[in-house]
Write a protein that binds this ligand. Structure first.
Ligand code: AMP
Ligand code: GLY
Length: 434
């Protein structure tokens, strides 16, 4: 089968690495891909949001299955466009992708389905939002309704900050029309975890839990990023919690979307926070997390192509997931300055040591490109170095040993990825920092 993967990050690289192992896959294209993906797939210069271009390419090349990595094309309706032409594609429809594309939709949906989430109010009027804030308790969380490249959530410690946040979103339109509406919600405290499920609209299977590291600096300090590292499984999600999350979040979400006439196919990603009152849903995403996918998928023993095809065809019942027992940790190596301004074009050295994946380390590319036969940096998150270990300690040792072998100018990475897993069950490292 000829497969097209849409996207250009570490998530798309691990997806390609995984489906390449499937006997069902004969050829892989990636649009637009990156410097490392180019060694595993044929990269084509079509942007992930160019739906017409992707559809034309897929038809011309006889692509039989398309996998969409990022949220933007899903929210823009790529699945509807492909399905209208009878082309197989993995992911939710435009209507179902609203779960990520509109925080107002997601919050109101959670309320309708009794899915535990922070209490909230929706505003489309600046003055009404401000008058609400003057009487509200702080800290408080302000969220732009639409997609904002992961930057649309602002945690405000006092009234000055919250007033400034609503001004920026609703008056200065820093997130453009994504800020036409906002959600103002209660600030929750607890450790965060991600649970992903693959659904066919009715049945679903839940993947092992993972934890992302959103802040740029160690100890969860500094601004939010796309994610600086992840590990899987997340020991903080005990079997008991997993059962609770399935019963209170995943199952009601899949059932609710079906009931509302917009069945959810694809990856449902629940971003959770484990509060004293139990797990609460911070957000839904409608695709694999990045870097979470880089820590989750290497542990999955099933043929991912079969799972995705079953999601498209409504055949996900009775599939049992099989997992590598080892822990997997992904450390993101980034360009110094990210998530703010950074320079690119630096040669990455040391990659040849991982050209053939070693028994316990894989290197996935994100912001890289090939230039004159060399791999150079071209983005904020550059590489995801991913290692296995029989224990969490061993996985940490392996991953940092590998990271030290790769160098590029102004490289930055967190040195504490995985340490929270060692503390699981103990004090929550992120609590009290807000
Ligand atoms: P989101 O894009 O909704 O996942 O939000 C990004 C990050 O903001 C989350 O990973 C949390 O760290 C934080 N966040 C979002 N909503 C809340 C909330 N209600 N209380 C505390 N932190 C939050
Ligand atoms: N790592 C967070 C995300 O993919 O949204």
């Amino acid at each position: 089968m000829k497969v097209l993967v849409v996207g250009s990050g570490g998530r798309e690289h691990v997806l390609i690495w995984k489906i390449k192992q499937s006997p069902h896959v004969s050829e892989i294209f990636c649009a637009p891909g990156n410097g490392g993906i180019a060694s595993d797939a044929k990269c084509v210069d079509i942007q992930a949001t160019d739906i017409d271009g992707l559809l034309k390419f897929a038809k011309d090349q006889g692509v039989e299955f398309t996998i969409v990595g990022p949220e933007a094309p899903l929210a823009a309706g790529i699945v509807d466009a492909f399905e209208a032409k009878k082309m197989k594609i993995f992911g939710p429809s435009k209507a179902a992708a609203q779960l990520e594309g509109s925080k107002v939709f997601a919050k109101q949906f959670m309320k309708r389905c009794n899915i535990p989430t922070a209490s909230f109010k929706v505003f489309d009027d600046l003055n009404k939002a401000k008058s609400f804030l003057t009487k509200a308790e702080h800290p408080i969380v302000i969220k732009a309704d639409g997609l904002a490249a992961g930057k649309g959530v602002i945690i405000c410690n006092d009234l000055n900050q919250s007033m400034e946040a609503v001004d920026q979103i609703m008056q200065d339109k820093v997130f453009k029309e994504a800020g036409n509406q906002i959600v103002i919600e209660e600030c929750l405290i607890g450790e965060e975890a991600s649970i992903l499920a693959i659904s066919d609209g009715e049945n679903y299977c839940i993947l092992d839990a993972s934890q992302d590291h959103k802040r740029i600096f160690d100890d969860d300090l500094g601004p939010n990023t796309g994610g600086m590292g992840a590990y899987c499984p997340a020991p903080v999600i005990t079997e008991e919690l997993k059962t609770q999350i399935e019963a209170r979040v995943i199952e009601p979400a899949i059932r609710g979307m079906r009931r509302e006439g917009i069945p959810f196919k694809g990856v449902l990603y629940a971003g959770l926070i484990l509060t004293q009152d139990g797990p609460m849903t911070l957000e839904f995403n409608v695709r694999f997390g990045d870097p979470e996918a880089q820590a989750v998928l290497p542990r999955l023993k099933n043929d991912l192509m079969e799972l995705m095809a079953a999601s498209c065809d409504g055949r996900l019942n009775d599939i049992e997931l099989i997992w590598d027992k080892r822990t997997c940790i992904c450390v993101v190596m980034s360009s110094g300055g990210y998530p703010g301004a950074y320079k690119t074009g630096y040669e990455i050295k040391g990659l040849e040591q991982f050209a053939t994946p070693t028994a316990d380390t894989l290197v996935f590319h994100a912001g890289t490109k090939q230039e004159n036969g060399k791999i150079v940096t071209s983005g904020g998150r550059v590489l995801g170095v991913t290692s296995f270990g029989q224990t969490i300690e061993k996985a940490i040792e392996n991953v940092y040993h590998s990271v030290e072998k790769i160098t590029f100018e102004r490289c930055f990475f967190r040195r504490d990825i995985g340490t929270k897993a060692l503390l699981a069950g103990g004090p929550t490292p992120s609590s009290g920092k807000r």
